[in-house]
Design a protein around this ligand. Structure first.
Ligand code: FAD
Length: 387
């Protein structure tokens, strides 16, 4: 078969693009190195019947109606607002830290004073970043900021990134707000849903199209090669002039020629339990006491009724070793060294005709699922007319 488009990776980036081209009557080949589609959203059903997210918990939330409507073509969704608690000083308290968390951890008089001052200092906003609290001139607010920084952020982040806190990118710190009120939802996006029968169904339906062929358990390098000197692409050893979209890691495709990009990985430990529920919430963060960062209990996320059985996941942060086949590159580490390195890889492929990068690995970015769907839809619009 002659393919108009070759796509590497069957996560959201690759699958959305494959579907878009297929709808336009283009013949598409999707090459995926794992033995399943769905990228990091893939779900597996455990022996006890509980569906788990094999690559860590994925909660769908977006402000984009376009993304939600697009995905709804492929699966049903149920309303789900995510709530997280942190285990702090022996208590389960809402995360992000809100007024309820404050009331649990401070005595009434102090909690009232802090709440009053916060509302006065930030009258027009529902959330404020820890950085802003730390910069506040008022001693009470500043001290409160330091408390949250220490109890919620410092140890959790140090565990997760394994670098001194000063080296953590401020965008990461800014992702941890304090909510000025009693809203205890983890996300404040307009649309918060989970797929009714799990994520796999979305991908199965998206890729189920007469113009799409999926080749599983096949690494990109088994079928394509990229010559950065001549700017040519080869498919099965023959020069290929159709469109190639790559959603894997760029350093890997180019044989780590400038050295590997750094990532944080995770050791994901699943445990089946013979009880109805293990913990009070879908996710409990452990900012201080344990070696793992959080425990997820999947029954809360899947809305499944499985009597007397449940499955939990403990996430132990891990340094990523690109030579270890069991390691998954989860979180890109945004520092000057890595961004410069990525730029070198990018510069060496950017002029290759009809070769496009899309997705969290290929672009070395952190994308939520909705952002990557949008990115793929936008890329399609940009290149659909390319011959
Ligand atoms: C632990 C964790 C939790 C997350 N939780 C959330 C969340 O709650 N909500 C949210 O919106 N987002 C979440 N995300 C982000 C989400 O995972 C990404 O937005 C999404 O995975 C991006 O899709 P993608 O297609 O770019 O990448 P991926 O899903 O990683 O897909 C890339 C695919 O390409 C394949 N591939 C790579 N290299 C090759 C190769 N050489 N040959 C063949 N195939 C290859 C991979 O096997 C993979 O299947 C989370 C991310 C992590 C790491």
């Amino acid at each position: 078969m002659k393919y108009d488009v070759i796509i590497i990776g069957a996560g959201f980036a690759g699958s959305v693009l494959a579907r878009q081209f297929a709808e336009d009557n283009k013949k598409v080949l999707v090459v995926e190195k794992r033995d399943h589609i769905g990228g990091n959203m893939y779900e597996k059903t455990m022996e006890n019947g509980v569906r788990v997210h094999l690559y860590g918990p994925h909660i769908f939330h977006t402000n984009s109606k376009k993304v939600l409507d697009y995905l709804k073509q492929f699966a049903g969704f149920f309303f789900y607002e995510h709530r997280v608690v942190g285990y702090i000083d022996g208590n389960f308290v809402p995360i992000p830290f809100n007024f309820k968390s404050l009331e649990i951890l401070f005595d009434e008089k102090e909690a009232n004073e802090i709440k009053e001052k916060l509302l006065k200092a930030y009258p027009d906003t529902k959330k404020v970043s820890i950085l802003d609290l730390l910069d506040n001139q008022d001693e009470t607010i500043k001290r409160f900021g330091q408390f949250v920084y220490e109890k919620v952020f410092v140890h959790y982040t140090a565990k997760q990134w394994n670098i001194p806190i000063e080296e953590v990118d401020t965008s990461v710190i800014n992702r941890v707000p304090v909510l000025l009120g009693y809203d205890d939802r983890y996300f404040q996006d307009t649309y918060q849903y989970m797929p009714k029968n799990g994520y796999n169904e979305i991908f199965e339906n998206m890729l189920n199209h007469k113009n799409i062929e999926v080749k599983l358990s096949t690494d990109a390098k088994e079928v394509i090669s990229v010559d950065t000197e001549t700017k040519k692409i080869y498919f099965n050893k023959e020069e290929y002039q159709g469109i190639v979209i790559y959603s894997g890691a760029l350093d890997e495709l180019l044989n780590y020629s400038y050295g590997p990009l750094d990532y944080r990985s995770l050791n994901l430990v699943f445990e089946n339990k013979e009880e109805n529920y293990y913990q009070p919430n879908s996710v409990v963060n452990y900012p201080n006491d344990e070696k793992f960062t959080r425990i997820t209990e999947f029954k809360y996320l899947s809305n499944q009724i499985v009597k007397d059985h449940t499955t939990i996941l403990k996430e132990y942060p891990l340094t990523y070793d690109y030579k270890n086949p069991d390691h998954v590159p989860y979180y890109a580490i945004f520092n000057e060294k890595n961004l410069n390195l990525y730029q070198k890889y990018y510069d060496s492929v950017k002029e290759i005709p009809n070769f496009y990068l899309c997705g969290r690995l290929a672009e070395y970015k952190y994308y939520n699922m909705d952002a990557v769907v949008l990115k793929a839809l936008d890329l399609y619009e940009e290149i659909k007319g390319v011959k």
